[in-house]
Structures are given as structure tokens and as C-alpha cells.
Design a protein around this ligand. Structure first.
Ligand SMILES: [Fe+2]
Ligand SMILES: [Fe+2]
Length: 305
């Protein structure tokens, strides 16, 4: 085990009361049913994936001898808990309003994560750290491309998605550090970590794809060539942005500290800390930049004047 003491700032759990009332259209990005379906498919996985990450991290934390890293793991779990609880409410809205058939995919995920929970802690931690490394790419895609993706979309859904991505950035080091804290840097542990990058990422992508396929089928779009073309275009945008993160994460010597955080994320975190209200205002999806939803800080007074 590592004797290194973790001194990184703790991720801050923020239980923001996002609401998903009945007037949200399940196709919440106007004129983009395929992109809406992709993101709804990803949301569907969260109440199954994230509890698995939490259970894994809890089991791993019990074995850590670094108290500060243990605190990081617990803060990670608090954030993930808020995420999946919010996604569960969002998914309930999707199912009750338009896609009740998604419950079948939820049953499949429940069984799949029950099976995965029987695997060794090392495999589960590699999956956890691996999935989190893909999340960094997804975060950058959704945040840096937010105007292209979300212009004019329902700000309640967009604000919720972007909050999740901000907190993913904030805890980007934790799963990786816990894996390193528990497993010595041997060839075999390195290989397991590398395989975990693909195992975690492709497993979640597989269920997300089942989700969007089911949604598009129920809307009668799955066999429509134009719809298929638009879906492939968004898939290509996703793959070309996110897969380089996967390959970098799988490399020996990878460290998520080397992945720079988007400025929008840093501004959101700073704005939230300054607002001190415990809530996040909704983002303005009609603004040409979709800026962070907090007022800018007052300019410092010139005391010499
Ligand atoms: Fe999360
Ligand atoms: Fe996460």
C-alpha cells in the first residue's frame, strides 16, 4: 500500500434541488431527437452504474491506510450519490412521460451490476477508475461544445447535466488515486488498470446505446435513414472527442492530473463557492456562450483612488 499522504482539496458534495416537472419535453434539445436520446440513454445508466461505483469505493476505502485519501473516497461517494439520485428522478420523468419500456434495460443493468459486484475488488476498482477516465472526456465534450450541443435546449435539463460534469471534474483524481493506493505499480496491476479503462467505458456505453436505441425505436426513428445519419454524426462527434482520453488513460504512466480542467468548470466552482446559497441558478441556453450561471464577482475597488 502507498504511504503517500493525499493533500488534494476534498470534492464538495452539493445536493442541488434540480426539479424535473411534467412540462419538460423528454426530447429536451429542440430539433435534435437523436442527441436527446443519446443523453437520455446515458442518464438511464447512472442509477445503476453510480451505486456500483459507490459500493466499490466504500469497500476500497476500508482497506486504505491513508486517512486523507479515505476522506477523498467518501467525498467522491457523496457526490456520486447526489448524481444518481437526481438521474433517477430525471429517468422517472422520461419513463412516465414517454418511454415506459426503458424499465427492461434497467432490469438488465441491475442484473449486470449484481454479477460485476462478485468480481475481485481490483477488477471493480479498475472498472471504476477506468470509467472515471472516460468521464473526463465526456465532461470536456459536453462543456467545451455546450453551445453546439445545447443551444436553445431546456435549461433545467442542461443545468443538471452540466452540474454533474462539473463535479466529475472535481473528483477526477479520486478513483485513480485509490487504485494506486491499494495496488503496487506492478506489470499485472498496470494491465488490470488498463483493461479497466475499456471495461468500464464500453460497458456503460453498451447500456447507453441500448437506451437510445429503445427510445428511437419507440419514436419510429430507428429505421429512418435521415435519423440514422444524424445519430451517426453525433456518435462520431462523441467518439472523436472522447476516445483520445480513453487511449491516454490506458497508457502506462497515465495520471488524470495532467488533464487540464475546462475554464467553465473552474468558473462554475468559483461562482458556486462565492454564491453561498446552496443552489445553482439555471444556465441560459439562449445566450451565445451559455456562461456559468453565477453573477460575475464585483471588480476590486481601487483603494488609491
Ligand atoms: Fe457522477
Ligand atoms: Fe464520477
Amino acid at each position: 500500500m502507498s504511504s503517500r499522504t493525499n493533500t488534494d482539496p476534498l470534492p464538495v458534495p452539493r445536493k442541488i434541488p434540480f426539479e424535473f416537472p411534467d412540462d419538460i419535453d423528454p426530447q429536451w434539445i429542440p430539433n435534435e431527437p437523436e442527441l436527446s436520446a443519446m443523453l437520455n440513454g446515458a442518464s438511464l445508466t447512472m442509477p445503476y452504474l453510480e451505486p456500483f461505483l459507490i459500493r466499490t469505493m466504500r469497500a476500497a476505502a476500508e482497506q486504505l491506510d491513508d486517512g486523507a485519501l479515505k476522506q477523498q473516497a467518501l467525498a467522491f461517494n457523496m457526490q456520486e450519490q447526489h448524481h444518481f439520485q437526481a438521474h433517477r428522478r430525471f429517468n422517472e420523468m422520461l419513463k412516465s412521460k414517454r418511454y415506459p419500456q426503458l424499465v427492461q434495460i434497467e432490469e438488465q443493468m441491475k442484473a449486470s451490476y449484481a454479477r460485476l459486484s462478485q468480481r475481485s475488488l481490483r477488477t471493480r476498482m479498475a472498472y471504476t477508475a477506468g470509467f472515471e477516465s472516460m468521464t473526463l472526456g465526456v465532461t470536456k465534450w459536453l462543456i467545451e461544445e455546450r453551445v453546439k450541443l445545447f443551444a436553445g435546449a431546456d435549461s433545467r435539463a442542461v443545468s443538471f447535466v452540466l452540474w454533474h460534469m462539473v463535479e466529475e471534474t472535481e473528483h477526477k483524481l479520486v478513483a485513480f488515486d485509490v487504485f494506486r493506493g491499494l495496488y503496487k505499480p506492478t506489470f499485472m496491476n498496470g494491465l488490470v488498470r488498463m483493461l479497466g479503462v475499456f471495461h468500464g467505458s464500453f460497458d456503460v456505453m453498451r447500456y447507453s446505446m441500448r437506451g437510445y436505441k429503445s427510445i428511437l425505436k419507440s419514436e419510429g426513428r430507428w429505421t429512418n435513414l435521415r435519423s440514422r445519419w444524424r445519430l451517426w454524426s453525433w456518435m462520431w462527434a462523441f467518439v472523436s472527442y472522447v476516445f483520445p482520453f480513453l487511449f491516454r488513460a490506458a497508457m502506462p504512466g497515465h495520471n488524470p492530473r495532467r488533464e487540464a480542467d475546462p475554464q467553465w468548470v473552474l468558473d462554475w466552482l468559483e461562482g458556486y463557492a462565492r454564491s453561498d446559497s446552496g443552489v445553482a441558478p439555471l444556465v441560459d441556453t439562449h445566450h451565445p456562450d451559455i456562461p456559468v450561471p453565477f453573477p460575475r464577482p464585483e471588480p476590486a475597488r481601487n483603494l488609491a483612488a
